[in-house]
Design a protein around this ligand. Structure first.
Ligand code: C2E
Ligand code: MG
Ligand code: MG
Length: 608
C-alpha cells in the first residue's frame, strides 16, 4: 500500500529515485525524530571486545546523562570499511559469540557482524509506516541510514519508531492479551547459562523468561515467572568472565520482575515500558502464572495505519499512484475493445422470459458475449465496466441497440409472435445528451414499434443524477419505450426512491431468488417488493430462477414473469426453440400447489 522498501538488501544505495520523487511519500512532521544520530562505528578489523566496550560506554554515557540509552546509541555498532557501511553488530550477534570459546579480544568484527546489512537512505525512511513494515518483514530491530555514498548517517530502531508515535496511533481500548505472544520460551533458575544462551541462539530470540514450576495435584503444572534473561544481561555477565557451564541463570537474570495483566490497556503498557526503559514485559494472570510476553514489536503490531495517516491521505496517495497507470491501461483497453468491435468479435445472445399468467415466452433479454482471439471468452461483467470507464460503452451500446432492434424486426417478420427485447443500458449511455434522439433513430431505422424495446437500467441510475434520469425516463416513455429496473435490491436505492420515477418493470435480483423457498428472510423481502410493485403498477420479473421450487414459490407469491436457466439459457437466435417463438402455451414447470408461497406471504404480512 505504501512505498515498498522491501527491495533487495542495499549495500550501495541505488542512484535514481525518479519514481519516488514524482510521488513523495506522505511525511508526518515529527517523524524525523525516529532517525537517531550515527551510532558508534568501528572497522571490520576491530575486535569484538572493542565493540562491546564501545557499546557499554555509550550505555554508561546515556545513563549518566539520564538520557534514554537506546535513543542515544541505537545499542549497536556499525561496521565500516574505509567509510562505507559493510555490517552491523547488535547485541544478538555478540551473544551468539558468547558461546564461542575464543576470548572476545581475538574475535574480529568482520567475522561476527551481520552482513550484508539492510540499510536505507534518509528520504526513504520518512514514510514511517513503510519503515515499520520493513523492520517487521525483515525481522530486524535496527535499520542503518546511509548517505548517497553509503556512509553511515544515522539509525532507525524499533524503539525509536515506537517513541515518536503518539498514543493515539495505538489502537485504543485494546488489551495486552490481544497482541501478546503466548509461545514464551522459558528456562529454570537452576539451568546453566550455556543452556539459556544456546536456547536463545537456536530460536533466534532476544530473551528467555525464567520460571518456577507450580505443581498441582489436580491439573497440569503451571509456570510462575520470576525473572527475565536478556541479551544485555548475558553481555554484562561475559564482561566478568563468568563460566557459562557453572553459572546459573538466577545469578544473572533481571529480577524482580514487573509483570502486567492480560487485561491491561495497551497504551498503559506502552507508558510503563517507556518509564521503566525496558523493551519487553511479562504477562501473568491473577494467580501469578505466566500467560505471555509483550515486546516492542508486539506493540507495533497494534498500531492502526488508518489512525496513523488518516483514511484521506491513504486514499489520496492510492489515487495518485493509480491514476497514471490507469490512464494508460484504459487507453489500451479502449483500443482493444474498438478493435474487437471492428473485428466482429461481439455477438448478442437472448434469454427467454416466461410470462407465468399466459404460460408463454413474450420477451427476451439481450446479453452481450465477447469471444476474443487473445483472451478467449470474456464475461460481460469483466469488459462492460472497462467499456464504461474508457467511454467506449457509447459506441458499443449503439451497436448493441442496433443489433437488438434488428433482431426484434427479424422475429416480427418470422411466422411467430412479436418478442419484446430488453437491452441493458448503463447510466453513462442514458445521460448522453442525444441519447433519446439517437435511440428513436435506431428504432425507426429498424422499423419496429417502440413498445417492443425495453431498456434495463440498474438501481444506481435512480440515485445518481436523479433529475436528469427522471426527465429521460419521461421522454422515453412518452415515445413508447419501456424501462425496467434491473438487479433490484442490490443497489442503494431505497423503496421511497421509486415514487419519483416512472418505469414499467422491476427485476428482483437473483441473489434473493436463489433458494427462496427455504429462506424466510428473503421471502419477507421479496413479498414486500412484490406488494409494492403491485400497488404501484409495475410488472415484476424474478431473475435467475434455476429450480422448480423457486418458480413455484414465486408463482404463488404473485410474481408475473420468470427469467432463468430453468426456462432457458441465453442463446443465439438460431438456437431459439420454435415453441418460444410460436407463442405456444408451455407445459407448467414444477408441481402446482394451492398453498405454498401465498400462505407464507400471508403469514409474513401481518394485518393483511
Ligand atoms: P443482468 O442484466 O442482470 O443479466 C442477467 C445475468 O444473469 C446474465 O449474465 C445471465 O446470463 C445470468 N443468468 C440468467 N439466468 C440465470 C440463472 O438461472 N442462473 C444464473 N446463475 N445466472 C443467470 P451475463 O450474461 O453474464 O451478464 C451479466 C451482466 O452483464 C448483466 O446482468 C448485465 O449487467 C451485464 N451485461 C450483459 N450484457 C450486457 C449488454 O449488452 N450491455 C450492458 N450494458 N450490460 C450487459
Ligand atoms: Mg439485465
Ligand atoms: Mg439482472
Amino acid at each position: 500500500m505504501f512505498t515498498d522498501l522491501s527491495g533487495p538488501t542495499v549495500l550501495v544505495p541505488t542512484g535514481s529515485m525518479a519514481n519516488d520523487q514524482e510521488l513523495p511519500p506522505p511525511v508526518l512532521p515529527d517523524h524525523e525524530g525516529a532517525i537517531l544520530p550515527v551510532p558508534p562505528t568501528l572497522p571490520t578489523t576491530a575486535s569484538l571486545e572493542a565493540a562491546l566496550e564501545v557499546m557499554r560506554s555509550s550505555l554508561r554515557e546515556a545513563r549518566d546523562a539520564s538520557t534514554d540509552e537506546e535513543q542515544l546509541t541505537g545499542n549497536c555498532v556499525l561496521v565500516v570499511e574505509g567509510q562505507q557501511l559493510v555490517g552491523i553488530l547488535t547485541e544478538r550477534d555478540a551473544v551468539r559469540w558468547a558461546l564461542s570459546d575464543l576470548p572476545p579480544n581475538q574475535i574480529r568484527l568482520g567475522a561476527v557482524m551481520t552482513h550484508p546489512v539492510i540499510c536505507r537512505q534518509r528520504h526513504e525512511c520518512l514514510d514511517i509506516l513503510a519503515t515499520m513494515s520493513l523492520l517487521r518483514r525483515q525481522r530486524i530491530r535496527h535499520l542503518p541510514i546511509v548517505d548517497e555514498w553509503n556512509h553511515p548517517a544515522g539509525i532507525v530502531t524499533i524503539t525509536s519508531l515506537n517513541r515518536v508515535l503518539k498514543e493515539t496511533f495505538f489502537l485504543r481500548f485494546r488489551q495486552a492479551v490481544e497482541v501478546m505472544s503466548t509461545a514464551v520460551v522459558t528456562v529454570r533458575p537452576q539451568d546453566t547459562l550455556r543452556h539459556a544462551i544456546q536456547t536463545m541462539a537456536l530460536r533466534g530470540i532476544s530473551c528467555v523468561v525464567v520460571t518456577e514450576l507450580i505443581t498441582s495435584r489436580r491439573g497440569p503444572s503451571r509456570e510462575r515467572p520470576i525473572g527475565i534473561l536478556t541479551e544485555r544481561d548475558i553481555l554484562q555477565m561475559r564482561r566478568f568472565a563468568l563460566s557459562l557451564s557453572t553459572t546459573q541463570v538466577d545469578e544473572v537474570m533481571s529480577a524482580p520482575l514487573a509483570c502486567i495483566h492480560p487485561a491491561d490497556d495497551l497504551a498503559a503498557v506502552r507508558d510503563r515500558m517507556q518509564k521503566l526503559r525496558i523493551r519487553r514485559m511479562v504477562v501473568a494472570n491473577d494467580a501469578g502464572e505466566l500467560v505471555g510476553l509483550i515486546t516492542e514489536s508486539n506493540l507495533m503490531q497494534s498500531i492502526d495505519p488508518v489512525d496513523l495517516y488518516g483514511v484521506y491521505e491513504i486514499l489520496q496517495r492510492q489515487v495518485s499512484i493509480l491514476r497514471e497507470g490507469q490512464f494508460q491501461l484504459l487507453s489500451r483497453q479502449r483500443f482493444d475493445l474498438s478493435r474487437a468491435l471492428a473485428n466482429r468479435e461481439f455477438r448478442l445472445v437472448y434469454q427467454p422470459l416466461l410470462n407465468l399468467g399466459q404460460g408463454k415466452i413474450r420477451s427476451a433479454e439481450a446479453l452481450i458475449r465477447w469471444t476474443s482471439p487473445q483472451h478467449g471468452t470474456v464475461p460481460p461483467c469483466d469488459f462492460i465496466p472497462l467499456a464504461e470507464h474508457s467511454g467506449f460503452i457509447v459506441e458499443l451500446g449503439d451497436w448493441i441497440l442496433e443489433t437488438a432492434c434488428q433482431q426484434i424486426q427479424q422475429w416480427m417478420q418470422a411466422d411467430g409472435q412479436a418478442i419484446q427485447i430488453a437491452v441493458n443500458v448503463t447510466a453513462h449511455q442514458l445521460l448522453e445528451p442525444q441519447f433519446v434522439a439517437k435511440l428513436l433513430g435506431i428504432v425507426e431505422r429498424a422499423g419496429i414499434p417502440p413498445a417492443l424495446l425495453k431498456l434495463e437500467l440498474t438501481e444506481s441510475v435512480l440515485v445518481e443524477n436523479t433529475m436528469a434520469t427522471a426527465l429521460c425516463f419521461q421522454e422515453l416513455q412518452k415515445q413508447g419505450i419501456q424501462i425496467a429496473i434491473d438487479d433490484f435490491g442490490t443497489g442503494y436505492a431505497s423503496l421511497s426512491y421509486l415514487q419519483h420515477f416512472s418505469f414499467d418493470t422491476l427485476k428482483v435480483d437473483q441473489s434473493f431468488v436463489r433458494g427462496i423457498h427455504n429462506n424466510p428472510k428473503a421471502q419477507v423481502i421479496v413479498h414486500s417488493v412484490l406488494d409494492m410493485a403491485e400497488n404501484m403498477g409495475f410488472e415484476t420479473v424474478a431473475e435467475g430462477v434455476e429450480d422448480p421450487e423457486e418458480l413455484q414459490w414465486l408463482r404463488n407469491a404473485g410474481c408475473q414473469v420468470i427469467q432463468g436457466y430453468l426456462i432457458g439459457k441465453p442463446l443465439p437466435p438460431a438456437q431459439w426453440r420454435p415453441e418460444w417463438l410460436s407463442g405456444a402455451v408451455l407445459p407448467p414447470i414444477g408441481a402446482a400447489t394451492d398453498s405454498g408461497g401465498r400462505e407464507d406471504r400471508q403469514a409474513s404480512s401481518p394485518g393483511r
